[in-house]
Ligand binder design. Structure first.
Ligand code: GAR
Length: 208
């Protein structure tokens, strides 16, 4: 039986790395079409870096604070690390930096992001609080291609989560996060194998 070809994928993160963990676990499956070639963080103390190191992966920290306000210089260093690792695709997984056109152009069509809302509603921060304040009944998460505008690129997949009576932002966030962990590997698989959702049920990937 022929083995599934594995595309080298880099993960960028800034924090705890639970989405990175979900991607790493998916990549460990022999039939998953990706392998993680690098986990990179702008924060040297990000718990996600420790997790990746413990998983035996290549990691690097490129501390944005060392570059002062020169965002492009920081991104040049990030890009150099991605190229050196042989990355062909980049997954942002809680990478909390606004990107400049340098990185978004360099990786156009090859950089994915996960965002904790059903874009285009609630781009930016505090999405769960804003969903509760707006009184929406359905919330969720989105995986999209990264473009210059923040949280604006073409949507590759979404997962919906009902908002329950009495929900708190923390409770809602935890339920959305569980869906993120399902959604991201599944969308990455479809993206790499060029097999987009073919039915409405697949397109609305998961309804918790
Ligand atoms: C996730 O909820 C992710 O969707 C969000 O940050 C969290 C990271 O958690 N990303 C954004 O808000 C990007 N705009 P994790 O480090 O446990 O994956």
């Amino acid at each position: 039986m022929s083995e599934t070809p594995k595309t080298p994928v880099a993960i960028l993160l800034s924090g705890r790395g639970s989405n990175a963990t979900a991607l790493i676990e998916a990549c460990a499956r022999p039939d998953f079409p990706a392998r993680i070639c690098l986990v990179l963080s702008n924060k040297p103390d990000a718990p996600g870096l420790d997790m990746a190191r413990a998983a035996g992966l290549e990691t690097v920290a490129i501390d944005h604070r060392l570059y002062k306000k020169d965002r492009k210089a920081h991104e040049r260093a990030v890009d150099a690390a991605l190229q050196k690792a042989g990355a062909e695709v980049v997954c942002l997984a809680g990478y909390m930096r606004l990107l400049t056109p340098f990185l978004t152009t360099q990786w156009a069509g090859k950089m994915l992001n996960i965002h904790p809302s059903l874009l285009p509603v609630f781009p930016g921060l505090h999405t769960h609080e804003r969903a509760l304040d707006a009184g929406v009944r359905i919330h969720g998460c989105t995986v999209h291609l990264v473009t210059e505008g923040m949280d604006e690129g073409p949507i590759l997949g979404q997962a919906a989560v009902p908002v329950l009576p009495g929900d708190t932002a923390e409770g809602l966030a935890a339920r959305v996060l569980r869906q993120e962990h399902q959604l991201y590997p599944e969308v990455l698989r479809r993206y790499l194998t060029k097999s987009p959702a073919s039915t409405p049920a697949e397109a609305a990937l998961l309804v918790a």
